[in-house]
Design a protein around this ligand. Structure first.
Ligand SMILES: Cc1ncc(COP(=O)(O)O)c(C=O)c1O
Length: 405
């Protein structure tokens, strides 16, 4: 069968694959613990449900403008004002079917074949794949060993005549690292000076811990004209636990946004109007759910760090946001794919291999589940890996014995 070379090279999404594997095992009655998940478990805000139910009840469900319904655009503008202190116009805003599609549409709008996009590791799995799907070249910049904070100098050193954009994601998936204000400032100023697009993927912006406040990249912009190459992406998936609603958005200068709308019009026409109504409802509605999710995740993070802290050989940088951490398991295995398979087979715990995020020897562990899932998951991983942990363990009602070294 003839399949395009480009499509053949696109990697399977590891998280979606692991979800399927976990579901298959659960269907067989296996007591699987899922520490691989990429979505909060809280309920969707009531305002979102009411808004999309009301829209559905009209039985008038049609195409919308590609960039989104005016009510959603208005809500995004208000969000941007409150979260960033930045006034943007409707001509700067475009809604997409998720922040993932926003990344795709934006890159399709700005990249020529062979253009390079710089992504600091650890990075979100989809960036390199999307870049490659658009005939671009991902350029990965590794951090210092044992740290997840990128160094501006390392990024500057790889910028060349083919560099079209830098993507920053803070708080970061998969490490939970929150980039410093100094770093963001340096990147904003550098990209402005070099005329490079700076794409800020701020999808975890509200899920930040320890009393820190998210940094607004706009604070450091010197050229506030319509030539600014700063692009901000966000969406409802994480802060409102609305992953299934598939609504994200981009904020960019009017020229980029105008072209972007043509691109989006030819691939999806528009995001579903029902889901746009839901996203508008969430953005315009009561916001207490976001804070309570943030508090729950901060508490879960503390439990996860405590459990990992008692794990000899495992080192973990304290995540300042998101619901992920990226502990270093190199003391147990240098091959994270093998380690993941081993933990699923022996301990029935789902983790995500760090190599998928450009960080071999690490595992991404999510703490968006319950405290019981976190403690039980780490207890099992410890049992499977640490020879000093008790030799026998109960997994569900089965007594398991460690008979490997
Ligand atoms: C860093 C990052 N950006 C974007 C997305 C995509 O979010 P959405 O569900 O809005 O497509 C994710 C989802 O996991 C993510 O982790």
């Amino acid at each position: 069968m003839s399949i395009s070379q480009l499509a053949r090279e696109v990697k399977e999404s590891p998280t979606l694959r692991l979800n399927e594997e976990a579901a298959r095992l659960r269907d067989k009655g296996e007591p699987v613990i899922h520490l691989g998940s990429g979505e909060p478990k809280s309920k969707v805000p009531l305002d979102a449900i009411l808004a999309c139910s009301a829209k559905l009840k009209t039985a008038d469900i049609r195409y919308t403008p590609t960039e989104g319904i005016p009510a959603l655009t208005k809500a995004i503008i208000k969000y941007t004002e409150e979260a960033y202190g930045k006034a943007v116009a409707p001509e700067n805003v475009c809604a997409h079917a998720g922040a993932k599609q926003a990344v795709y549409n934006i890159l399709m709008t700005i990249l020529n074949p062979q253009d390079e996009v710089i992504i600091p590791a650890p990075y979100w799995v989809s960036y390199p794949e999307i870049i490659k799907m658009l005939y671009g070249v991902p350029v990965v910049v590794q951090p210092e060993d044992g740290r997840f904070q990128p160094r501006a100098q390392d990024i500057k050193e790889v910028v060349g005549s083919y560099t079209k954009a830098i993507i920053l994601n803070s708080p970061n998936n998969p490490s939970g690292e929150v980039y410093t204000a100094e770093f963001i400032q340096e990147m904003v100023e550098f990209c402005e000076q070099k005329q490079i697009y700076l794409i800020m993927d701020d999808i975890y912006q509200k899920l930040i811990f320890d009393g820190r406040r998210p940094v607004s990249c706009y604070d450091y912009v010197k050229d506030d004209s319509d030539n600014s190459r700063l692009i901000v992406l966000n969406g409802v998936s994480k802060m409102y636990a609305m992953t299934g609603f598939r609504i994200g958005w981009s904020i960019a200068n009017t020229k980029v946004t105008k072209t972007l709308i043509n691109v989006a019009a030819q691939n999806t026409s528009c995001p579903s109007v029902v889901l746009q109504a839901a996203a508008t409802g969430a953005l315009e509605g009561i916001q207490t759910g976001v804070e309570s999710l943030r508090l729950t995740l901060e508490n879960n993070r503390n439990v996860m760090m405590k459990e990992l802290g008692a794990f000899t050989g495992v080192r973990c940088v304290n995540p300042g946001g998101t619901f992920y951490c990226l502990p270093d398991f190199r003391a147990y295995s240098k091959n994270s794919i093998e380690l993941c398979r081993f933990l699923l087979e022996k301990a029935l715990v789902v983790t995500v291999p760090g190599v998928e995020f450009g960080m071999e020897g690490h595992l991404r562990l999510s703490y968006c589940g319950t405290i019981k899932e976190i403690t039980e998951g780490i207890r099992r991983i410890k049992w499977a890996l640490d020879p000093e942990s008790p030799n026998e363990i109960y997994i569900g009602d089965r007594k398991m014995r460690r008979d490997w070294k």
